[in-house]
Design a protein around this ligand. Structure first.
Ligand SMILES: [Zn+2]
Length: 62
């Protein structure tokens, strides 16, 4: 099983962690390394979209 993003062999393949299902006909296998990078990238996007102060305000309102 190879990673869809970096094309490396996926070690200890686990469908719950490495198999990204988009819909019935689209899915991708991603290695742990890319999952980590992907989540860091997502985190940086959220940090840009919602600066800490804005996030705090959101949570305070609830
Ligand atoms: Zn990868």
């Amino acid at each position: 099983m190879k990673c869809k993003l970096c094309d490396k062999e996926i070690n200890n393949y686990n469908p719950s962690f490495n198999h990204l299902k988009l819909d019935e006909s689209h899915s991708a296998d991603i290695c742990q390394e890319c999952v980590d990078k992907f989540s860091k990238w997502l985190g940086s996007i959220y940090a840009k979209l919602f600066p800490t102060s804005a996030l705090k305000k959101r949570y305070e309102k609830r």
